[in-house]
Design a binder for this molecule. Structure first.
Ligand code: FES
Ligand code: FES
Length: 206
């Protein structure tokens, strides 16, 4: 029976259909060859959980230890096990910034990091941002500029703003909009928060 489908010419790239089949066959075979290597690598990673395991965190200059399941987030460990409730749980999915803490000096969403993975890192929370018994300059500026209403987003904003100003000591308004865009305020106090950053950073309106 005649073939109704015209045969396509072999590609001009120099790779024939036969070459392609050979390459594909190698690709399929590769996992078989690599299998023992991958198995060996997997064996080196100790399995943790699902039950509780000992976890130690360095938080605000102190070592805090607890028995936690590996699935516990850093936020839940801080709030539920170490009584550090400044970081707030709002969205619990890395969208709002209410849970912001510093990890090795960088702002992160504590709801999106496992406590077990935060071991060996320096964690700083809002509780360690005051200066002794006095508010930090950023905290004072939040009060002076009335930059909060319900206050639920405020700890996360203060952590993020403090970190932002360390990197941008004299920001303009556009820097602030961009630099603090990872934190949301459902009460809409953004004008006050931008005023805080401008005043604290000695910046000017753009
Ligand atoms: S609670 Fe973590 S980002 Fe919203
Ligand atoms: S002050 Fe209420 S969410 Fe920001």
């Amino acid at each position: 029976m005649a073939d109704d489908h015209p045969r396509k010419p072999e590609p001009e790239s120099g790779v024939t259909r036969r070459d392609f089949m050979k390459i594909s066959a190698v690709g399929v075979a590769a996992p078989v060859v690599l299998g023992p290597v991958m198995d060996a690598a997997a064996e080196e990673v100790p399995i943790q959980g699902p039950g509780k395991v000992p976890i130690s965190l360095q938080v605000n200059g102190k070592k805090l230890s607890a028995q936690l399941e590996p699935r516990v987030t850093l936020l839940d460990a801080l709030r539920d096990n170490f009584d550090l409730t400044g970081a707030k749980r709002v969205c619990d999915r890395g969208a709002c910034g209410a849970c912001t803490v510093l990890l090795d000096g960088k702002p992160v969403y504590a709801c999106s990091i496992l406590a077990i993975d935060a071991q060996g890192r320096e964690i700083k929370t809002i509780e360690a941002m005051a200066e002794g018994d006095s508010l930090s300059p950023v905290m004072q500026a939040f009060v002076a500029h009335d930059a909060q209403q319900c206050g639920f987003c405020t700890p996360g904003f203060i952590v993020a703003t403090t970190s932002f100003l360390q990197k941008h000591p004299s920001p303009i308004a556009d820097d602030i909009r961009h630099g603090l865009s990872g934190n949301f305020c459902r009460c809409g106090t953004y004008d006050g928060i931008r005023a805080v950053a401008l005043a604290s950073g000695r910046g000017k309106q753009s």
